[in-house]
Structure formats: structure tokens, C-alpha cells
Design a protein. Structure first.
Length: 168
């Protein structure tokens, strides 16, 4: 079984809200191993960014990998939400610092559960890294291309670890 070392995620939205797409690329040491993508007819960019992370972590969890993984996102919302803000949200009953209900709670709860589950099984906790969007990082650029294609309703072919067409 190929070991996934890095996961890149991205979301895109035409209008906010509007048609959206998300993308995840999972990398082994040799390069891209698995690409995932999807769309929603009416959504927000933040939801698509979160959906990309959820899809990547779900795929990783379902494979039963134990080796450490780093997740790269160009979304400060996702990065800060999962690494900094979520503990306070849960402590306050899913109310943010402004005393308003946390937006996208359904996806935050799912992302939190996946992160906690993986951190129990991986040999070290997930590492989350911010990568600046549109800065030439190949993983981020590939995710952006995939996410935009899904948002536009014209998904491009995706690479698959086993050679099949991945879900999208």
C-alpha cells in the first residue's frame, strides 16, 4: 500500500454563494497518488474549502493508514478553525467569540471528528500547514485547477491510485 505523506485541499466558488467546487490531492513520496473533486450547485467558498479537507481525511481514514500526514490548505478559515478556534466553539456550545452561532457547524463537527479519529490512529497527529494560494505551489495549483473545473460544471479527469476514476 502506498503511503500518503501530504494532502492538499482547495475550494472554489463562482459568486459567494454560488456554484462551487472542491478538490483534494493526496501525495505519496513519488508524487500525486489520488485526486478527488466534487461540486455543489449553491454553496460558499468556505464550505468548499472544508469539504475538500473532509474528503481527503475521509479517504485517508478509510485506507487505514498509520503513517504521519501533513495537510496543506490555502484557507486560513480551515486552518485556524481546526487548529485554534474549534476548542473554544465546542466549549461555548458552538457559539463564536461574538456570541453568534458558528457558521458551517455541520462541516466543522465532521472535520473535528475525522481529525480526532485520525489523530488516534496515526503515529503522530495531523500537521496542518498554510500555503499561500496562487503562489506557484504545485499541489495548491493542481487543487485550484480541479476545484475551479468542478465549480464551472466541467470537471477535468482525475488521477487515481488504482487507475480507476475516483468519485467526484
Amino acid at each position: 500500500m502506498a503511503i500518503i505523506q501530504r494532502i492538499y485541499t482547495d475550494g472554489a466558488c463562482s459568486g459567494n454563494p454560488g456554484p462551487g467546487g472542491w478538490a483534494t490531492v493526496l501525495y505519496t513520496a513519488e508524487g500525486p497518488a489520488q485526486e478527488l473533486g466534487g461540486r455543489a450547485a449553491q454553496t460558499t467558498n468556505n464550505r468548499m474549502e472544508m469539504q475538500a479537507a473532509i474528503a481527503g481525511l475521509t479517504w485517508l481514514r478509510d485506507r487505514g493508514q498509520r503513517d504521519a500526514v501533513t495537510v496543506y490548505t490555502d484557507s486560513e478559515y480551515v486552518l485556524k478553525g481546526i487548529t485554534q478556534w474549534i476548542a473554544g466553539w465546542k466549549r461555548r456550545g458552538w457559539v463564536n467569540a461574538a456570541k453568534k452561532p458558528v457558521l458551517n457547524r455541520d462541516l466543522w463537527e465532521l472535520l473535528d471528528t475525522l481529525t480526532l479519529d485520525l489523530n488516534q490512529t496515526l503515529d503522530r497527529p495531523l500537521r496542518w500547514i498554510y500555503v499561500r494560494g496562487h503562489s506557484g505551489d504545485p499541489g495548491n495549483e493542481r487543487c485550484d485547477t480541479i476545484a475551479r473545473s468542478f465549480a464551472a460544471g466541467r470537471p477535468i479527469p482525475l488521477k487515481s491510485l488504482d487507475g480507476s476514476t475516483p468519485p467526484g
